[in-house]
Design a protein around this ligand. Structure first.
Ligand code: ADP
Ligand code: ASP
Ligand code: MG
Length: 826
């Protein structure tokens, strides 16, 4: 080779601009500016894709024509319009006519091809290549003409003259010997600073048009870069480099600054569309760096793909996914210990040109499982069943099993091999988020670990894995909130206020994805605005509990939490569905935890089995950390003997205000007016509410107990207990004035105060009104405060005491909030 040129050509750069970068006149002007800014370069090859979306349109038009659907003419017209519009916007009017006439000439040829398809009703791969080639032929022509009028020293060269392939239409194999010589000598002799070339297209030695596979313009540029031993290969696209995961799916993904050739290849092979997989190969040997840059943010650094050892870096470089995968499983007793079965399997697939994306084989050799492209399942099924027809007829091998609707997700990184536990981390993260794994494969190079999962789980899987491997510190919680009354409203306000703090300090990113009241519900995956959620909710759809659940399920977001701020039994009856889908449940609604023991037990079990929190701290003592303390005591090996507690804010209010000057009826009335009682005050005064609370505490202490087991000694006269309505109930309180006064007198005579106390002792629980002497910790309990005393192995004489405000929307909301944070640190 000409050594003198060799030195010079090292200075040559190859730039490739993708479909979005050249989608319209405005973008093409950006491309021109980028090329112009490299004016110090002696020589550049600029490879361009078809105008964004045009390849798809060309194929769609062909499909319509083949189906003899006249509307192919409309899509063809649309293709024509896009090109003509682009010319009109780029080229001065005086120079337009020659260019338009050339473009029309191309479009006429294209039209003739489509007419042929329409008449024949069929298409061959050869014709298909001929048709799609027009996308790049037109774009490169228009762009080169624009470069000239914009003052660049540019010329067009048809890549089909340089890149030579076999006849494998659709995805032809390059004859590198011929191609390298052609490219080298042509570009060596090029007279202009900029040579514009169409990507994707090539030709056979006989001159028939071929293509290099979808996304193949990257490859064209790499082939040219390899042939001329370019200084760098720049891939200009619509994102700022190769990201840690597809940025369209994972919002937190970041551009990777530097990555090795092997890692880039692995990521692109497993779906990182930003680089067409074969692209690395032609530049690898000559170690030409590939630089991925963003046409729309040219100043961003992008990604550099180079030959380097990144020992210090994170073990996982990126996560990618390939959709539309099917699993093909061949199994049977006749496979064990018989050599050559897999060889035959791979042979038949290769004969049918079916590429195998992933391989797993159980060590028992009883089955082989392969991942293939879903589009090829039918072909694969027939071919494999035919190849093993004999064994199948003898029942030695079962007919091939095909499962579709799957995707592969892969973790990629050169350094993964020197880190233990990565696959454990990957699979436990997926498991925790209820992502079912159908097959697993680890590349022999240990550069990737891949898993086959349901297509519907891909978004969630990518996001949780990304969070686990790249954002270790931040965790996003997705809340689905039902009930926006007093408590719910306060709860949303508190999240709104604390959001920033939680993100910065606790690394928790809380997002309210759904809201519902009894009338409306609204969903917004990017988060409902917490400053005007009322408006969003008012515009929501009609509420339905089933609809809400189905939507939560279909959102399929990681770290999902269902928050129940209602007191509704029908809502409580839906918890099991959420837990079974690995959705955490946080609730201030007492109904589930106080329902029959079997149901309580089932919910706890589901939470355990699906490894997801079911939290209801606010069921007892609102925001006071009572249940959490109890759990911590038990978890640390303590045992609860006795619980004594005052757990009703409303009853406390009543007995703190009832004295000689205020009759019982009026005090209860006042408590109701001030909102301290249930709408039906009998629920409080009969002790039912307190009984539920001690029931929950006893259960959480590890005792199997039901509502019927709780002794409830009423202080209300029978007539009040039997009152059929709220007004009649109040009437009975008046009639029985003396009864209540007597209770009061008896207590004061002894210097005691009246408190409604719940007790759990020796496995038995009771609730009732008690006379509390002056030296007792309950004596001075004020207002709506609650108090709980735990007597345990460790706290035998002096109980562990928890006391504070035990009712009110504000403290209840903060208790729910605390549960949410517990979910976050789970
Ligand atoms: P072009 O038309 O420029 O060739 P492509 O659409 O082929 O662009 O590739 C760029 C797209 O690749 C991005 O818009 C992005 O959606 C997708 N993509 C998938 N995975 C990744 C990844 N890991 N990093 C960057 N982009 C990715
Ligand atoms: N235009 C071709 C495609 O859409 C090639 C490319 O853009 O890379 O597949
Ligand atoms: Mg591409």
């Amino acid at each position: 080779m000409d050594l003198c040129y060799q030195k010079k050509k090292k200075l040559m750069k190859v730039l490739k601009f993708g479909g979005t970068s050249v989608a319209n006149a405005e973008n093409i002007k950006k491309v021109q500016a980028i090329v112009a800014s490299e004016s110090e370069e002696k020589k550049m090859a600029v490879v361009v894709s078809a105008l964004g979306g045009v390849t798809d349109l060309l194929l769609k038009t062909a499909d319509l024509a083949v189906k003899q659907d006249e509307s192919y003419k409309d899509t063809l017209q649309h293709i024509e319009d896009r090109h003509l519009e682009t010319i009109q916007q780029l080229i001065p009017i005086t120079s337009q006519s020659a260019i338009i006439s050339k473009v029309k000439q191309h479009l006429n040829q294209l039209e003739t091809l489509y007419e042929g398809l329409y008449l024949l009703g069929e298409i061959t791969p050869r014709t298909s290549d001929k048709i799609v080639s027009y996308g790049e032929l037109l774009s490169s022509y228009i762009i080169s003409e624009f470069f000239k009028v914009a003052g660049l020293d540019a010329a067009l060269k048809d890549s089909r003259d340089l890149i030579k392939t076999n006849k494998h239409f659709g995805k032809a194999q390059v004859n590198f010997k011929l191609t390298n010589t052609n490219c080298y000598f042509y570009l060596k002799g090029a007279k202009h600073q900029v040579t514009v070339l169409p990507g994707f297209v090539a030709s056979t030695v006989e001159g028939e048009t071929t293509t290099l596979g979808r996304g193949g313009s990257d490859y064209t540029a790499a082939i040219i870069a390899g042939a001329v031993d370019a200084k760098t290969l720049e891939i200009w696209t619509d994102v700022s480099g190769m990201y840690t995961a597809n940025p369209k799916v994972v919002k937190q993904a970041k551009a990777i600054a530097k990555i090795s050739y092997e890692e880039a290849m692995e990521l692109s092979h497993f779906g990182a569309k930003v680089l067409y997989p074969p692209t690395v190969q032609p530049v690898l040997e000559k170690k030409i760096p590939i630089h991925i840059k963003n046409t729309f943010q040219p100043h961003e650094v992008g990604t550099l793909i180079v030959q380097e050892d990144f020992k210090e870096e994170l073990p996982v470089k990126g996560i990618s996914n390939v959709d539309k995968i099917a699993l093909l499983t061949l199994e049977g007793v006749g496979m064990v210990g018989i050599p050559g079965i897999s060889k035959r399997l791979f042979e038949v697939l290769s004969q049918e040109e079916i590429s195998v994306v992933l391989i797993t084989q159980a060590s028992s050799e009883h089955s082989i499982c392969l991942g293939i492209n879903a589009a090829e399942t039918e072909k694969a099924e027939c071919a494999v069943n035919e190849a093993f027809a004999y064994e199948i007829s003898l029942n030695k091998i079962k007919p091939v099993i095909i499962e579709s609707g799957l995707s592969i997700i892969a973790l990629v990184g050169d350094q993964m091999k020197s880190h233990q536990g990565l696959s454990g981390k990957m699979f436990s993260t997926l498991g925790k988020n209820n992502v079912n794994i159908r097959a697993i494969a680890q590349g022999a190079s240990e550069r990737n670990i891949s898993a086959v999962i349901d297509e519907k789980d891909v978004n969630k899987a990518l996001n949780v894995l990304h969070e686990r491997f790249f954002e270790e510190q931040t965790k996003q919680l997705n809340l689905f909130v039902t009930g926006v009354g007093n408590v719910g409203e306060k709860f949303l306000a508190q999240i709104n206020q604390q959001k920033k703090f939680l993100k910065e300090r606790l690394k928790l990113n809380i997002r309210v994805v759904a809201l519902s009241n009894s009338k409306k519900m609204v969903f917004n995956e990017s988060g409902i605005s917490l400053s005007n959620w009322q408006e969003e909710l008012a515009e929501g759809e009609a509420a339905s509990l089933d609809g809400f659940f189905e939507k939560v399920k279909s959102c399929n977001l990681r770290n999902s939490v269902f928050v129940d701020n209602t007191a509704n039994d029908v809502v409580a009856a839906t918890y099991h569905k959420y837990l079974k889908n690995s959705i955490a449940v946080v609730t201030c609604n007492k109904i589930a935890a106080a329902s029959d023991y079997q149901n309580y037990q089932l919910l706890k079990k589901l939470a355990f089995n699906y490894n997801v929190p079911f939290l209801f701290e606010t069921n007892v003592g609102a925001g006071l950390p009572i249940i959490d303390t109890l759990k911590n005591l038990i978890a640390s090996g303590d045992r609860i003997h006795t619980i004594k507690a005052v757990l009703s804010g409303s009853l406390n209010f009543v007995f703190n205000n009832f004295d000689n000057d205020h009759n019982f009826h009026d005090v209860v009335q006042q408590a109701k007016v001030e909102g301290y009682t249930e709408p039906d005050p009998k629920i409080d005064l009969s002790g039912v509410d307190v009984a539920r609370k001690i029931l929950i505490l006893a259960r959480e202490s590890g005792y199997q107990i039901d509502m019927e087991d709780i002794e409830n000694i009423p202080f209300l006269p029978q007539e009040s207990l039997d009152a059929p309505s709220v007004p009649e109930f109040f009437e009975t309180l008046k009639t029985h004035d003396t009864h209540f006064n007597n209770i009061y007198e008896q207590a004061t005579e002894k210097g005691a105060r009246l408190k409604y106390v719940a007790t759990f002792e020796n496995g038995k629980a009771k609730v009732g009104l008690e006379e509390i002497p002056a030296d007792h910790p309950f004596y001075n309990l004020e207002g709506k405060d609650n108090i709980v005393l735990f007597y345990t192995d460790r706290y035998q004489e002096q109980p562990l005491l928890i006391k504070g405000a035990g009712a009110g929307a504000d403290v209840t909301a903060s208790g729910i909030f605390a549960d949410i944070i517990r979910v976050g640190s789970n």
